[in-house]
Design a binder for this molecule. Structure first.
Ligand SMILES: [Zn+2]
Length: 217
């Protein structure tokens, strides 16, 4: 009877004790449904060829947007899992810091999430990743109008989504002559980072660099 109840609880989604990536056992709820083996399997990946991103002087990528890393990012983002976002930050921290020491930026920031989304999720996953990596950041951007996920949008809708990124008025003076590093979770088409870079350069930033947790191929 107890076994049947346990099965019911499990299937109802109230309790999860298997890794959603490999099915292995989970020992701490903080791991957010990923087992130790999967969490430890995260390794940096250096693309052989970096493509040019408009307005971006140079950038770095931690890994490929696939497998465990992809599941982790999706869970942190859409599963509203703050501790997973912190974990991702901790894993990428040495690589992010290595890059920070090379480019020596005056200011580090990340994209904002739509206010509606922020309230429903309760946090900005990119900010939480930076906190997990122990990287101080300044909120430079805000998001107007667009709240939905990017995937599955038409070209026009994507364009609108990209244009929803704006600068916060109170930081405009702060950006003059500054070398800015923008941190984001996934590099896909590059449309978002190009928009963000254009915005800060427009108000006088001297250079823009970028760091991505993962690159979609
Ligand atoms: Zn696993």
């Amino acid at each position: 009877m107890i076994k049947v109840f346990a099965q019911l609880v499990k299937f109802s989604g109230l309790c999860e004790e298997e890794c959603i990536s490999c099915g292995g056992p989970i020992y701490s709820k903080d791991q957010g449904y990923f087992c130790n083996a999967c969490l430890e399997s995260l390794k940096p990946y250096h693309p052989l060829e970096y493509r040019r991103l408009e307005y971006v002087s140079s950038y770095r990528v931690f890994g490929r947007y696939e497998g465990v890393l992809k599941s982790l990012i999706l869970s942190a983002k859409f599963g509203a899992n703050v501790s997973l976002a912190h974990h991702i930050g901790k894993v990428i921290s040495p690589y992010l810091w290595e890059y920070i020491e090379i480019i020596n930026p005056d200011l580090i920031t990340c994209p904002a999430v739509n206010i509606r989304r922020y309230w429903s999720r309760g946090f900005n996953h990119a900010e939480e990743m930076l906190k997990g990596a122990n990287v101080p950041f300044v909120k430079v951007f805000k998001r107007i109008g667009f709240g939905g996920p990017f995937a599955g949008l038409s070209k026009e809708e994507r364009l609108k989504a990209v244009e929803s990124h704006k600068l916060r008025e109170e930081v405009i003076d702060l950006l003059e002559d500054k070398k800015v590093l923008i941190f984001d979770d996934v590099l896909t088409t590059g449309a978002t980072i190009t928009r963000l870079a254009e915005l800060v350069l427009y108000v006088g930033a001297s250079e823009v660099y970028a760091f991505f947790v993962a690159q979609a191929l």
